[in-house]
Design a protein around this ligand. Sequence first.
Ligand code: PMM
Length: 295
Amino acid sequence: MARPPAYTLPTPHDRPQVMGILNVTPDSFSDGGRHNSLDAAVTHALAMARQGADLIDIGGESSRPGAARVDIDAQIARTAEVIRGCRAALDQAGFTHVTLSIDTTRAPVAAAALDAGAAVLNDISAGQDDPAMFALAAERRVPLILMHKRGEPATMQNAPDYDNVVARVGEYLTQRLDAATAAGVDAAQVALDPGIGFGKTFEHNLALLAALPQLVALGPPVLLGASRKRFLARLAGAPDASVEPDPAGGSAATTALAVAAGVRMVRVHDVQLHRQCADTAHAVANTAKNRVHGF
Ligand code: PMM
């Protein structure tokens, strides 16, 4: 297969990047048989591209609170074929500019994904699950997203505690960036992510969102993944106990606030909603920054 076009992380002047989520885990696309699953995944990827996604993030291991680990072979079986299928379908439909990323903490899964047509690595363990991830990013010269989390998805929500969550997350991301560059990764190819919901309470998540300008001030592009996370469902409040609140409005609010704070990438489920939200927030933020119309 031809190598997919390289992806360059956005600068502050670029349009904010919307990353659509494509989870190929048994509770999402892979139920109903393997072929159906591939078709469903490709259809969803094309829909997100039409709605304005810049990237599509494909993952074969759920990292929701309480989720169990998925071994390397199973992750590759779930993701590589889907990546190949999505890349071919996107190219055929004229979406050659839409980039695929692989959401994994395992270097062999990431390597198989790059071979299948992914061009970005999204590692929620920031190179800690598998130190070979840094070597892979360095060797293939692809962008690498480093996320903060504390503990493992199975247990990370058991009473997380920080003296100062913003300071600790900032320090951790800086240390992981240093570790990546020491292993040969180009610092310009690294994006940082505070890891909303990963070993954090409701209050920690709000504190991190309020402190996004501080995280942006660290320098590298910041990515935010707050879409449909549990703290938003709590803020949305269920109209009655039998109804799961859909926190789409809350998710959109996080994108608007994030882009206004200088966040350059958002990882989301509802691409059309967040595309509009991000572009509007960016236009307003630019107007303010450039003092257009003399205020
Ligand atoms: N969240 C999830 C999975 N992968 N990757 C990054 N970089 N940031 C995130 O916040 C993140 C992630 C879990 O959310 P999902 O189950 O809705 O995909």
